[in-house]
Design a protein around this ligand. Sequence first.
Ligand SMILES: NC(=O)c1ccc[n+]([C@@H]2O[C@H](COP(=O)([O-])OP(=O)(O)OC[C@H]3O[C@@H](n4cnc5c(N)ncnc54)[C@H](OP(=O)(O)O)[C@@H]3O)[C@@H](O)[C@H]2O)c1
Length: 518
Amino acid sequence: MTDLDLVNEPMICRLGESRKPAEPCSIVIFGASGDLTARKLIPALYHLFKEKQMPVAFRVVGFARREKTDESWRQELRIALDQFSRTKPVDETVWREFAANLVYCQGDLTDAGAYQKLECLLTGFGSGPLRENLLFYLAISPSQFGEVVEHVHRAGLLNKDGAAWQRIVVEKPFGHDLNSAHALNNELTRFAHERQVFRIDHYLGKETVQNILMFRFSNSIFERLWNRESVDHVQITVSEKLGVGGRGGYYEEAGALRDMVQNHMLQVLALITMEPPVSLEAEAIRDEKVKLLKSIRPLRSDEVLRQVVRGQYFAGMVGGESRPGYRQEIKVRPDSHVETFVALKLFIDNWRWSGVPFYLRTGKNLPMSASEVRIQFRSTPNVLFAAQCGERLDSNALTLRLQPNEGISLRFNGKVPGTSLAVRPVRMHFSYDSEFGAYTPEAYERLLLEAMVGDATLFIRRDEVETAWQIVDSIRAGWEGKALTNREFYAAGTWGPIAAEELLARAGHAWHEPQGRK
Ligand SMILES: NC(=O)c1ccc[n+]([C@@H]2O[C@H](COP(=O)([O-])OP(=O)(O)OC[C@H]3O[C@@H](n4cnc5c(N)ncnc54)[C@H](OP(=O)(O)O)[C@@H]3O)[C@@H](O)[C@H]2O)c1
């Protein structure tokens, strides 16, 4: 084997890599006629099947209230697949083979009899793993979780202990504050162990988010710089070009802080800043994430005013398209004070990060859709090139782009060719697609597979959820009773209220514009 062959060898160990194939099982989807099932879950399962990653035997049982036959449910899903599949056209032969495993169970979640029907249906698959190994996917409102978990337990489908396994997968929102999250977690664990509960944050299923830990802990050059000695500040941007659209009703209860910061952004922050775990086991990684979240300095009310900027969009143009203001969106109160933008400055009070500002921003109707993390390194002493290059040299930056165009780039200074001594920032760039080809599985594919295998690394543990709520609750407490002021509104299509720029400018920093889809 040559050195070149070695470079091209695939990595032996990947974070969250399924260490064993998924065992035969049945996946029961509660909410089978809903948007999530058609848009994400069935396309993901279809692709896992196509890639031969599904167990050798499996069933997908869809449970919902509407009357449907197995056949009509399959037909609806097939139509949806044309729209939502990441590979087109849909392979008809693969679909037919896959669809033969889809079964519909009509019932009301509140009706005990419906769970007896479900039990009979599962028993009809035999007395083996298709009846006993059960993954319950709750694609329903969190207010229904407690009732469903109790019913499936009473129907003999969910046990805390036994030779077979049963797991519950739940979607965000995991509550709307610490108290409600605590109550929800209590409901989920009344009839199941915490280790049976898989809380999905689809961000953690993204290849680039998983790569954060790989990148940090398998490369010596960067990890040595990953601390307060070398890092000046960090920016995390998750910007969305879309407004709230038809989700006004949901958004009125959530807002940007709860919708994005409590889960995705704090998860990304934790992965970027946590200490090396003792192993790649789920609990070891989650322990480090919780430790990190606990080191985030909680904000007092006066600090919220100084360190957190909220905003709400009014009518404007995004990419040449005119957009209504948030208060004109469907199911939004005309005097709503819900934030559609938030920018915050956080500090992590631990040995590694003390004094380093972490800036997070997210919002709707921003100029582009992009998610990225930018590690801004400290500047060099301004002695050698001051005369030729003006005030300051550009400082080095490492950008982890989570979407779109997933990749990593390093910005440093290079000499402009020629006789003069001019310096210009240049970029070294790694792109997933060009390096590994275009195969990037959807987050839900990875997450569903991990849930079947029983690896909880990419799912959120109870204490992570509750610690993240403590941080968010402290910010909300600072906003309590305070209406949005004029300075907090921004035109759709801009980067949020001016106060978000001022938040960084006060410390001599400026937001970096991400590379995204304009
Ligand atoms: N959609 C997404 O992309 C997305 C993303 C992240 C998280 N989530 C979360 O995932 C969950 C589901 O979202 P969704 O968008 O799929 O919702 P949805 O389109 O409103 O679907 C809700 C589903 O629940 C079923 N349902 C409601 N009440 C029922 C009852 N009493 N008995 C039986 N079935 C009942 C509905 O069945 P019938 O219509 O037959 O009554 C329908 O299948 C929500 O908690 C949401 O916050 C969704």
